[in-house]
Design a binder for this molecule. Structure first.
Ligand code: PLP
Length: 455
């Protein structure tokens, strides 16, 4: 093995296809249901929201789906992204582990989100769509879609969760720089936003509410479609470039992961790095332990039942079977805004049920501590969401130290935190606390789960 720190792929080695895990699963994921009939939905049910090409990807069972040339052309602005060997972190921890991280923060918006934003904008442009409405938590997704919209001449309207809108004003400025319009959610612009504000004028917002607002706008306007930054199969599919590149880069390093770690909000960066390795394992390849890290204040995979639920708070979406805390659950306003979602991607939930992945929940202070250590030795300042993965990887490396075993740990450093400096300032000022969710609110949200016995 060489002493390299970075494993870089030439542009010509960027994946030509996305990888679809559904093709290799031993059992297919449960169907998506129409909330009225409780019957599986068909493409027509989704047509008001998404272009046909994306609906086809949503239900595809093909193993490989070709990445269109114009999308690859834009990917080349920052892809392939580097794979680092965290030699300085290994030294600081005194661990025999070999720690690798895939750095998605080199994208224009600073995270993995443009991998799907560019693809979604492309398919919408192909379908003649002029406007897209979307939600955003911390603003990474909103700025990614704003960037993609600028490239394809599509107008973008972003509903940004109010607490993040206040915490991260520069994310909004970035979206506006790309030409998008960004409003705090809940807003006065939609019926569901107005209804929520009437009940609670200071509502901090949630991803579930922001999704409702964006879906409402898309459903009502013929010229507007909806785009989601996570959760859906086609979004996870687009993110598999991360894992596919990592595989080739680890081959350059002469290594293969024993453990893969990623944070999970809606599940897309996790799926992006993990699914190609899970697929290889299902096809007879090496077994890999895969660990999803979520915030203890929004513990979907570790506390949420696996049940049919709505993807949004106002119940405008179909029902999907997933780990959920209930669609009305509002997590506390902790800084990893991208992880404040009540549900988990149906495909990630399904692989959890199949026993192919594990999940762990961490409080935010220990994640910031891990992120600061990482910044001080590796130089890159992670996004608060990514700090969860850093913490997970460090814990795995410390376990290697305890056990005296050298394992290869791969984690997804899914974004930088340059727009999240208020969070770091609050951390250094001792203002951050380990917030817990309200047990009574969780119980209430779970009691509102739709009853679906037939499926
Ligand atoms: C940097 C970053 N990481 C992770 C997430 C969580 O989303 P996902 O689980 O879809 O990767 C977000 C979402 O906004 C994000 O901005």
């Amino acid at each position: 093995m060489t002493e390299s720190v970075k494993y870089l792929l030439d542009e010509s080695r960027m994946p030509k296809s996305w990888y679809n895990l559904v093709a290799d699963l031993p059992t297919p994921p449960p169907p998506v249901l129409h909330p009225g009939t409780l019957q599986p939905i068909g493409p027509d049910d989704l047509a008001p929201l998404f272009p046909r090409s994306l609906i086809q990807q949503e239900v595809s069972t093909e193993r490989e789906i070709e990445i269109p040339e114009p999308v690859r052309d834009i990917y080349r602005q920052w892809r392939p992204t580097p794979l680092y060997r965290a030699r300085r972190l290994e030294k600081a921890l005194g661990t025999p582990a070999r720690i690798y991280y895939k750095y998605e923060g080199v994208s224009p918006a600073g995270s993995h989100k443009p991998n799907t934003a560019v693809a979604q904008a492309f398919y919408n442009r192909e379908a003649g769509i002029k406007r897209i409405a979307t939600e955003t938590g911390a603003g990474q997704w909103g700025s990614s879609l704003a960037f993609a919209g600028a490239l394809f001449g599509i107008e973008v309207q972003v509903f940004m969760v109010r607490v993040s809108y206040q915490q991260k004003p520069y994310r909004r400025a970035l979206m506006e720089t790309y030409g998008a319009r960004c409003v705090a959610s809940p807003s006065e612009e939609t019926a569901c936003g107005r209804a929520i504000l009437a009940q609670r004028p200071d509502h901090p917002g949630s991803l579930g509410i922001a999704i409702s607002e964006a879906v409402e706008v898309a459903a009502q306007r013929d010229d507007t479609k909806y785009a989601l930054g996570s959760v859906l199969n086609h979004v996870l599919l687009h993110q598999t470039v991360v894992g596919l590149e990592s595989m080739a880069q680890l081959e350059m390093a002469g290594d293969y992961p024993d453990v893969i770690v990623a944070c999970t909000g809606g599940g897309s960066n996790f799926a992006g790095i993990a699914f190609p390795f899970i697929g290889a394992q299902l096809r007879g390849g090496q077994r890999v332990r895969i660990v999803a890290i979520e915030p203890a204040a929004c513990p979907t995979l570790t506390r949420g039942p696996y049940a049919y639920d709505f993807g949004d708070t106002a119940h405008l979406t179909p029902l999907t079977k997933m780990h959920t805390l209930g669609s009305t659950f509002t997590p506390p306003g902790f800084h990893a805004g991208g992880l404040r979602y009540h549900g988990m991607a149906p495909l990630v939930s399904h692989v959890k049920e199949l026993g192919l992945i594990e999940a762990r929940a961490y409080h935010q202070l220990s994640c910031f501590e891990a992120g600061v250590l990482f910044a001080r030795v590796e130089g890159i300042l992670p996004a608060p969401e990514a700090n969860h993965a850093v913490k997970g990887a460090i814990d795995e490396a410390l376990r290697c130290k305890e056990e005296g075993i050298s394992r290869a740990i791969l984690f997804n450093l899914c974004g930088h935190g340059h727009f999240d400096m208020q969070a770091y300032m609050d951390y250094f000022a001792g203002k951050l606390t380990d917030q817990s969710y309200d047990e009574a609110e969780l119980a209430m949200a779970l009691s509102g789960l739709p009853s679906v016995t037939a499926a």
